[in-house]
Ligand binder design. Structure first.
Ligand code: SF4
Length: 403
């Protein structure tokens, strides 16, 4: 039996597809060259924009017309959302909309039991958490992936060490909000033992004092991300020898982390990036908008000024830092003046790349209740204006960038 996986969406979905491949191969399946030659085709779906969702409907239709029709399995965000909706209404809709699908497979059934089948031999995607506890007004991720769940600290470090040992030069730590990593682990640990032991909470063979992230002057969540990033950066490096490599394992040349939320970017995280040269200096920091009113409507927990202050704080500590971002244009009610505030913020930061999206209504989100009143032509104009200003010809528009 052979399988073929078609992946839509972000790097998180690509990482999920690597686990899906491992799952099928553990059951004796072999990877087919293409969907026409496969016995089973698995479609890993994305819902971040309507366009990505529509492509799935078209694809299922085309696959069902193939001469040797494969078994069609749908997984990913569409199934996650339908599965989590308690009334069953969304699953019913999905089944009516996709009658040719043989199975709807929730990603939760796959787990982390098998080593992912990675096709890239240099850059490894390494998921550290899944889901999101933030409720940005436009975003479907909290519905499609559920609440944030962090993978165990030791499990991630072990996988990172294995990757370095296998010769991977680059690793990308993945999560919907990487810098809130470990918040759930800390809370669980404190639930078991409400008085934290002196020296911090034990993870792996070390003790860490969780970093309390602050937003708008208030304590928000405890996180372990600065420690996790440091442990990954240190792999193969003997710090006491002044960053010389150990004999049998090479450090990563580059470590990336995607995506960060500005409101959880702690001072401790900045210190770790500054300390380790193998952590990428091009930091992805989604702004989404440069206007305070729109940010508030989006339920983003920072102001324009706080975002710009964070950029300055990072630049002060890491002079060679540069930034990429995500921007949504045409959010409901966005006026020309508010759009110009975004243009101004982008000019001030001088982003290397911006993944720009035209707002598209997603069912179930709080923004669904606000009239989508910016005409499509106007959204396009704003999109092209920013794209020309920031990206010029450096990159192609990524329709599925999120966060
Ligand atoms: S945009 Fe990012 S932080 Fe906001 S809800 Fe979606 S995944 Fe979470």
């Amino acid at each position: 039996m052979t399988y073929f996986i078609i992946t839509f969406g972000c790097q998180m979905n690509t990482a999920d597809s690597e686990r899906l491949a491992a799952y099928y191969e553990a059951r004796g399946f072999k990877r087919a060259k293409n969907e026409k030659e496969a016995d089973v085709v698995i479609i890993n779906t994305c819902m971040v924009r309507q366009m990505a969702e529509d492509r799935v409907y078209g694809l299922v239709n085309n696959l069902s017309k193939l001469k040797l029709r494969p078994k069609i399995i749908v997984t990913g965000c569409l199934v996650g959302t339908a599965n989590r909706e308690p009334s069953g209404r969304v699953m019913k809709y999905l089944k009516t909309r996709l009658p040719k699908v043989d199975e709807f497979l929730p990603m939760e059934e796959i787990g982390f039991e098998y080593a992912p089948k990675r096709t890239d031999k240099k850059i490894a995607l390494l998921p550290i958490s899944n889901g999101c506890n933030n409720m940005c007004a436009y975003c479907v991720v909290p519905f499609s992936r559920g609440r944030e769940v962090s993978r165990p600290f030791a499990e991630i470090i072990k996988e990172a060490e294995d990757l370095a040992d296998a010769g991977y030069e680059e690793v990308v730590l993945l999560g919907q909000n990487v810098n809130s990593y470990g918040s759930d682990l800390v809370k669980k640990s404190l639930f078991r033992n409400p008085i934290p032991p002196a020296g911090g909470i034990g993870f792996r063979d070390k003790k860490f004092k969780p970093v309390m992230v602050k937003s708008m002057g208030q304590n928000r969540i405890p996180t372990l991300f600065p420690y996790l990033l440091e442990e990954v950066a240190k792999i193969g490096i003997d710090v006491s020898l002044g960053f010389k490599t150990q004999a049998n394992i090479k450090p990563f040349k580059k470590i990336n982390f995607i995506s960060s939320n500005p409101w959880d970017f702690s001072d401790e995280l900045i210190e770790v990036i500054a300390k380790y040269k193998n952590i990428n200096r091009e930091i992805h920091l989604p702004a989404q908008s440069g206007d305070d009113e729109i940010l508030k409507k989006m339920n983003r927990w920072y102001t324009r000024e706080e975002y710009l202050n964070l950029i300055k704080k990072i630049k002060d500590k890491i002079p060679d830092a540069s930034f990429t971002t995500d921007i949504i244009v045409g959010f409901p009610g966005e006026t020309e003046e508010q759009f110009q505030n975004t243009v101004d913020l982008c000019q001030q930061v001088n982003f290397n790349i911006a993944y720009i999206a035209m707002y598209s209504l997603r069912p179930g989100t709080t923004a669904e209740k606000i009239a989508d009143d910016v005409p499509r032509e106007e959204k396009k104009r704003r999109f092209h204006a920013l794209d020309k200003m920031i990206n010029r010809k450096k990159t192609q528009y990524n329709a599925n960038a999120s966060n």
